[in-house]
Design a protein around this ligand. Structure first.
Ligand SMILES: [Zn+2]
Length: 138
C-alpha cells in the first residue's frame, strides 16, 4: 500500500473525499448556472449562488502539463515524482500525482482516473483518485 501525505480536509473537501471513498469522482457544481466549482467553496464564482450539488465526472481527461519533482517536500513521496495538470472532459482542471514513466507522457494525451487504496502519513486508510494514460482512447 502506498503512503501519501494526508489531504487537506474541511467543510468542502470532506464531501469530495467521501465520494472518492466510493470510487466516484465528483465535483461541486452550481445548482443555478451549472458551473463546476473546483476547488469547492461556499459560492459560485460566476453567479454568486450558494446552492450546489455534487456531480459525477466521467473520469476521462487530457494531460495539459506536468512537472517532475526532484526535491523532497514530503518524506512519504519517493523521488522523483510527477505532478500533472489534467483537464477533465467536463472542463475543470485537476492536479494530481502520476505514476507513469515520464518518457510516455505527452501534452494532450488522453487520461483516465483510477482509484487506489493508500495509507496517509497519519495512519488512516484512504482511497485516492489517481490519473493514468488512457488505454482505451488514442
Ligand atoms: Zn453559478
Amino acid at each position: 500500500m502506498i503512503v501519501r501525505p494526508a489531504p487537506r480536509r474541511g467543510q468542502f473537501e470532506d464531501e469530495f473525499w467521501a465520494w472518492v471513498q466510493q470510487q466516484d469522482l465528483r465535483l461541486q457544481s452550481c445548482t443555478d448556472c451549472g458551473r463546476f466549482r473546483y476547488p469547492p467553496g461556499p459560492t459560485c464564482p460566476r453567479c454568486l449562488s450558494e446552492r450546489a450539488s455534487w456531480k459525477s465526472l466521467s473520469g476521462m481527461g487530457r494531460l495539459l502539463s506536468w512537472a517532475v519533482f526532484r526535491r523532497s517536500y514530503f518524506d512519504s513521496m519517493p523521488l522523483p515524482y510527477v505532478v500533472a495538470a489534467i483537464e477533465t472532459a467536463e472542463g475543470p482542471i485537476m492536479v494530481g500525482n502520476l505514476m507513469e514513466p515520464t518518457e510516455s507522457l505527452r501534452v494532450d494525451a488522453p487520461m483516465q482516473v483510477y482509484y487506489e487504496l493508500s495509507r496517509t502519513t497519519s495512519g488512516d486508510d484512504l482511497t485516492i483518485c489517481q490519473w493514468k494514460l488512457s488505454e482505451d482512447v488514442g
